[in-house]
Design a protein around this ligand. Structure first.
Ligand code: ATP
Length: 337
C-alpha cells in the first residue's frame, strides 16, 4: 500500500498555463519549440514509505527525460525498475517525493490535463457484462461527449481496433486479444494527444501484436504522442523512435533506437542478383582493403515475418501447405499441396 501522503507536500502543483502562454507569445517562429515537449521529468524521484512514514522503496531516482510531440517513446526496464511509478506520476495519481513532472507544460498534479491523455493500463478493468459498444459509450459519457459525438466516436474506434464483427457481444466472451483492443479503444475515446500504454502487446498472439503495433504507429502518424512500457523488446524495437532504459529506478540509457542498436565498425551491404564469381571478387576486394569478411550469405527474415506470412497464406488458400525452399523437411511426413 502506498501510504506516502507526506510526499504530496513535495510537489508544487502551480498552474503553469499562464507562463506557458506568455512564452508562446514571446517565442520567434523559428525558435526551438518548447511546445514540442509533451512530457518532461525534472530530477524526478519517488520514495514509497510505509504506514509510519519510514522509507520503504526508492522507486525512482532523479529521472530527467523529455518526450517530444509526435514520437513513440519506450520506457523499458526489468520488473520493479520504476516504469509504472513513472506513468502514475505522469497521470498525477502519485506525487513525486522530489523533482517535477510537466505534461503539456503543466504540473502533472493538474488533473485537467488528463482530458488530453489516454491510458491503457497493464490490466484493463472493464465491465464484463457490457458489449464493446456499450463500454465505449459509457466511457464517452465520462468525458461528457454528446450523444452524436459518442455514436461517431464509438463507430470509428470499433472499426479502428477491428471489432466490428464482435461489437454486440459481451466482453466476458472476448479473448485476451479482443479485450486488449477494447482497452485501447477506451483509451482513445477522448481523442487524446498523449497516449500512455502499459504493456500494450501482452497476451496478444503475433497477429494481434502486429495489429496493435500498426495501430500505435498509425496514432503517431496522426501526430499523437505515445509513451509505452513493455517487456517485449522486439515490439519496442519495431515501433519506438526513442527509448529510456531504467534499472532499479535509475536512468541507464536514453536515445534513438536506431542509434542505440547500430553496430559500429561493421559494414552491411545488401545486393540482389550477384553471381558466385561476383561474391568471390567482393571477398577479395575486402581482403585487399584490409577488411575482414565476416559472412557473405542470404539475410534471414524475422520469426514474426515467417509466422505472419504462413498465417496469411493459409487464410488465402485454406488446406494448402506451404513448401519452404531449402528447408530441411526430412522429418516431415505430412502431405504437401
Ligand atoms: N504502492 C507501493 N508501495 C510500496 N512500494 C511500491 C509500490 N508500488 C511500487 N512499489 C515498488 O517500487 C518499485 C518500482 O515499482 P514499479 O511498479 O514502478 O516497477 P515496474 O518497472 O513498473 O515493474 P513491472 O515491470 O513489474 O510492472 C518496486 O520495487 C516496487 O516493489
Amino acid at each position: 500500500m502506498d501510504t506516502d501522503t507526506s510526499a504530496a507536500a513535495d510537489s508544487n502543483p502551480t498552474n503553469q498555463s499562464d507562463s506557458a502562454d506568455q512564452s508562446k507569445l514571446a517565442a520567434p517562429a523559428s525558435a526551438p519549440a518548447v511546445d514540442d515537449v509533451v512530457i518532461e521529468t525534472r530530477n524526478l524521484s519517488k520514495i514509497y514509505r510505509d504506514f509510519w512514514g519510514r522509507k520503504k522503496v526508492h522507486a525512482l531516482k532523479s529521472l530527467d527525460v523529455e518526450v517530444k510531440k509526435g514520437e513513440i517513446f519506450g520506457l523499458l526496464g526489468p520488473n520493479g525498475s520504476g516504469k509504472s511509478t513513472t506513468i502514475k506520476l505522469i497521470l498525477g495519481l502519485l506525487f513525486p517525493t522530489s523533482g517535477r513532472v510537466l505534461v503539456f507544460d503543466q504540473d502533472a498534479s493538474e488533473t485537467r490535463k488528463n482530458e488530453r491523455i489516454g491510458y491503457l493500463p497493464e490490466e484493463s478493468y472493464l465491465y464484463k457484462f457490457l458489449t464493446a459498444e456499450e463500454t465505449l459509450d459509457f466511457y464517452g459519457r465520462l468525458f461528457d461527449l454528446s450523444g452524436a459525438e459518442r455514436r461517431d466516436r464509438v463507430k470509428q474506434l470499433i472499426e479502428l481496433v477491428g471489432l466490428q464483427g464482435a461489437k454486440h457481444r459481451q466482453l466476458k466472451e472476448y479473448s485476451k486479444g479482443m479485450t486488449r483492443r477494447v482497452g485501447l479503444a477506451q483509451a482513445l475515446i477522448n481523442d487524446p494527444d498523449l497516449i500512455l500504454l502499459d504493456e500494450p502487446t501482452t497476451g496478444l498472439d503475433p497477429i494481434g501484436s502486429r495489429e496493435m503495433k500498426d495501430l500505435i504507429i498509425g496514432l503517431r502518424d496522426q501526430g499523437k504522442t505515445v509513451l509505452l512500457c513493455s517487456h517485449q523488446l522486439a515490439d519496442v524495437q519495431d515501433v519506438c523512435d526513442r527509448v529510456a532504459i531504467l534499472h532499479q529506478g535509475e536512468l541507464k540509457e536514453l536515445g534513438r533506437v536506431t542509434d542505440l542498436l547500430k553496430v559500429q565498425d561493421v559494414t552491411e551491404v545488401h545486393a540482389t542478383g550477384l553471381s558466385d564469381q561476383a561474391k568471390t571478387e567482393i571477398a577479395e576486394l575486402i581482403a585487399r582493403h584490409g577488411g575482414h569478411l565476416q559472412s557473405i550469405d542470404n539475410p534471414t527474415a524475422t520469426m514474426e515475418d515467417l509466422f505472419l506470412n504462413i498465417v496469411r497464406e493459409s487464410e488465402a488458400r485454406p488446406g494448402a501447405r506451404r513448401v519452404t525452399q531449402n528447408a530441411d523437411t526430412s522429418a516431415n511426413t505430412g502431405d504437401q499441396a
